[in-house]
Design a protein around this ligand. Structure first.
Ligand code: G6P
Ligand code: MN
Length: 449
């Protein structure tokens, strides 16, 4: 490889950028990374992170050329990789959605429940625009997408924008696998995990050690016997954050109740929705927490560094989130065909599930993309949960692309967190009012029939 690679961070002004920026700097050589552009529609934020990164990289001796811009054409020209994590409406809108849902007694989380529905209606039009531009400006570039709600967005990207050279990923499976590896005092790379499901909606069916021994029965026994009631986190971004402490406990509680397979923690929002709502604080939701915590911290640090004219006393931390996306870019560039859990079209991997549906599975990733493992048949309980959730996701995509109010309402009613038409319709209508700036216009198409 002679010529260097240009990477673009789409949503470069995001609070999720710093961790990725640090890993990109540390691992630039293996990515043949010579140019990095932060692109965002938010001029203020991208300029803060852009100036910060230029200083930080420069003072750490990096020779990567760093630029930042709000001009998509300028950003995408000559790009080889786009790391995408966007959030139309920012965490502020996340908080508004959470409060609308919680005030009706239903889950408002930004990927599960109607918080996810609302976020999807903000994100899908924006991503469609980005993909259209990638196709025109840098058609050979790979998009690695972290944007949420990944479950719904990946369904839209793979099935509605099939030209996109895009891989949709989530750091939750690898984070939980890291915690499991830690529990068994093993190196993560020495364990092989079997997993199936949808994004934020899946289960581990086996944890194989270097000798092929399945550790899942050991974990099950330790949970059932009461030896453990949580796992220590592997992802240092989340250590000490009470939300994640509670979430890991709830995940073990779910495993104890349904011990066949080990659950993704996000299943808490579906199987114990009432507990989650009771536990949430309507006055101070996760969106408020992130707005007042991570957001403040990051932009204030950028301002401080810019004012001082030096980043020598500033440190970025590159954790699981940054390493996972960089590992995948590395696998594509070097065609390593390593195994990663990604979102991918089922195409028969789960034999008793819709072949066209997007699912989350381990897959081998190389220069031509991802090839999933074969799962075979899944049990009726998991299949039933996944089928109604998938139908909800598919109708959400359809509502976002057609603007049909009827389809939106059908999607809402399929979401497991919604108990009745009265609640579903009230929440949908309030979310629509609060999201006029971002959602497509919804038309009451069947109303007059
Ligand atoms: C995990 C999930 C992401 C999600 C994030 C939320 O990493 O995989 O999908 O965005 O948690 O983090 P936050 O601190 O914003 O609540
Ligand atoms: Mn995720």
């Amino acid at each position: 490889m002679s010529k260097g690679n240009k990477f673009v961070m789409v949503g470069g002004g995001s609070t999720q950028s710093p961790g990725i920026l640090e890993v990109l700097r540390q691992r630039a050589e293996e990515l043949n990374l010579t140019e990095l552009c932060l692109y965002d529609i938010d001029e203020h934020r991208v300029s803060l992170l852009g100036q910060y990164t230029k200083m930080y990289y420069g003072e750490k001796g990096s020779s990567i050329k760093v630029t930042y811009t709000t001009d998509m054409k300028e950003a995408f020209t000559g790009a080889h990789f786009l790391f995408m994590q966007i959030r139309p409406g920012l965490n502020k809108q996340r908080g508004i959605d959470e409060k609308i849902c919680l005030s009706h007694g239903v889950v408002g989380q930004e990927t599960c429940g109607l918080g996810g529905f609302s976020f999807a209606l903000r994100v899908i039009p924006a991503v469609r625009e980005i993909i259209k531009n990638v196709k025109e400006i840098c058609p050979d570039a790979w998009i690695l997408n972290y944007t949420n709600p990944e479950a719904i967005l990946s369904e839209a990207i793979y099935n509605e924008f099939p030209d996109a050279k895009c891989l949709c990923i989530c750091d939750m499976p690898i984070s939980i696998e890291g915690a499991i590896a830690k529990y068994f005092d093993k190196e993560l790379r020495n364990l092989t995990f079997k997993y199936f499901g949808l994004n934020h909606f899946g289960w581990w069916t086996a944890i194989l050690d270097e000798n092929g021994k399945d550790l899942l029965p050991v974990l099950r026994e330790d949970v059932l016997s009461g030896k453990i009631d949580t796992l220590l986190m592997s992802n240092e971004d989340t250590v000490g954050d009470q939300y994640w402490v509670d979430t890991y406990k709830q995940m073990i509680k779910l495993f104890k109740r349904f011990p066949k397979y080990f659950p993704n923690c996000y299943l808490q929002y579906y199987l114990t929705a009432d507990e989650m709502v009771a536990h949430d604080n309507l006055e101070f939701t996760r969106g408020d927490y992130v707005t007042n915590g991570r957001e403040k911290r990051i932009y204030e640090e950028c301002e401080r560094v810019i004012a001082n004219g030096t980043a020598v006393d500033s440190n970025l931390y590159g954790g699981v989130h940054g390493n996972y996306i960089v590992d995948i870019a590395h696998a594509i560039i070097h065609d390593t065909r390593e195994r990663f859990t990604v979102n991918i079209v089922n195409n028969g991997s789960i034999s008793n599930f819709d072949p066209k549906a997007v699912v989350e599975l381990p897959a081998y990733v190389g220069a031509s993309g991802a090839e999933p493992i074969v799962v075979g048949e899944i049990p009726t309980f998991h299949k039933g949960l996944m089928e109604s959730q998938k139908a909800y996701e598919q109708l959400t995509v359809e509502a976002a692309l057609t603007g049909s109010y009827q389809t939106a309402l059908e999607a809402v009613m399929l979401n497991k967190t919604i108990p009745s038409l009265a609640v579903g319709k009230a929440v949908l209508d309030e979310l629509y009012e609060a999201n006029k700036e971002w959602w497509p216009e919804l038309i009451e198409d069947y109303h007059r029939i």
